[in-house]
Design a protein around this ligand. Sequence first.
Ligand code: ADP
Ligand code: MG
Ligand code: ZN
Length: 603
Amino acid sequence: MKNIIINFLVLLILFLIMAGFFSLFNLPTEKAKEIGITEFISYLKNKEIKEIFVEENKINLITKEGKKFFFFKEEKETLQNLLNYYNVPPEITEEVSIFVKPVAKQNIFLQVIVPVILPLLLIIGFIYLFTRQLRGGAQEAFRFGESKAREIRPGEKPRVTFKDVAGVKEAKEELKEIVEFLKNPKKFTALGAKIPKGVLLLGMPGTGKTLLARAVAGEANVPFFHISGSEFVEMFVGVGASRVRDLFQRAKKNLPCIVFIDELDAVGRMRGAGLGGGHDEREQTLNQILVEMDGFEPNIGLVVMAASNRPDILDPALLRPGRFDRRIILDMPDVKDREEILKIHSRGKPLAKNVSLRKIAERTPGFSGADLANLMNEAAILAARRGKSKIYEKEILESIEKVLLGPERKSHILSEKERKVIAYHEAGHALVAHFLPHCDPVQKVSIIPRGLAAGYTIKMPEKERYLKFKSEFLDNLTSTLGGYAAEEEIFGEITTGAANDLKLATEMAKKLVTEFGMSEVLGPRTFGERHELIFLGREIAEQRDYSEKTAEFIDQEISKFINSCYQKAKEIIKSKREYLEKIAQKLLEKETLERDEFLKIFN
Ligand code: ADP
Ligand code: MG
Ligand code: ZN
């Protein structure tokens, strides 16, 4: 559309220039006056004429005073005949300069081609351009309906197999069945077995859903049609649906194969669920997916895979038998898996001998596969920037923080006072954590700004565990408030630097009360219905299922937990103030304290 407008403007400007050009040529410089032949003769005889300019039948005159006249002679009459006829003596004509403009062919050019044909050509060109644009637009609109699915054929690209996916054992085990079927469908159909049409991969972002789907295609060595749910959603209603139709048509021509719809939640949201508004287009697309999935026989060799990290919002119709009835959950990797993933992503990256991937895996709880891949890449970049020929542990450890908290912002200039506040704040966190028996041990304290944080204290459990005890929860909550308590104790006032800690502490206390049943007053029940699955780890929508009165109790309990933890933090800060000072001094001096240096302070 923009192109059409630009073309139009260019043509318009060209047209105007041409028009101006012509009118300039035709512009009479000074209006000449028509006179009769007798008048001309009398001018001539009075010797008032300076120049005569013969332009075919038109005779132009310029008098000595500069006046301009013209008259027309007959077609066949020459000027000479005329002069003879009126008895003009030759002496008179001798004084006058006479020009005769040759009757040239260029006249045709000027009079016909330029004023008539050129504009015609312009107009034709104009129309041509316009129609081409329109036709192009129409073609594009036509192409809208085709799916944009990318196709990976066996043999193209480096093949991804299960070897490239670490961890997720159960998922791989389940998918092996699909691979078997795609490789040898007859074996299954002979026994009357029905293979699931749809497989839904569920898991947090970065757990390897997309990777695993590609690995299934790679293992089975079949074509892989890959499209993302968000690509279905277009401006025009009906486009998504026709893309789905096209996608399945293409797939059916390439059996056996896998159709993979990534980010299914973009189209597969519950219909009429308010979330995201009632989007007609999305519903049509979703309906089309359902129609297509119902429309093919189970054993033709087409397996539809989809991935989502929001299973809670998926339309139940998608999950019915015959559709995505096989659901596979990809967990966040545990220590062992993380080590495996690190191994995969250190392929082709020369590691120094003493690098222990196990140790790295231990220091990265909560990292997804994508985070770990990112970590190894960052470490390689860091090592290269430092001119090293191998990646040392140092680079990897430093990269952990970068992935966790964002890049260091060393250039951030802090005033001396700010630095001091930050040092005491972080020292507060670390000190409280150190003196609480159930708190995760401090790994590192730093006052180098990173990402959005002005400083940071990294605590990490020694071993990964699945259960958290109340005492641990409370101790971690206490240490979270350690920064706030230290600021108050040392400076007598609070800065905005503690805001994030307070938010975190409140969230922790709320979970303690409403989710884990750890409040004695409120007892063993949960409050509020959360629409989330455990592995999602974040709250999506909360529905109140308790009374106003209970709400008050909940608030009170949350405040009670926070306050008692705060008191505890303050006590520690007060009684161990000498250590607090020491940690803060060390931080101001060195900026970052590793675990060993931190522990030395207490000896
Ligand atoms: P998702 O689709 O679940 O968001 P991806 O499959 O796109 O995650 O994963 C992103 C990247 O993270 C992959 O390309 C891969 O490099 C890495 N990754 C994730 N999980 C694993 C895993 N289990 N094993 C190896 N690499 C992984
Ligand atoms: Mg993905
Ligand atoms: Zn803090």
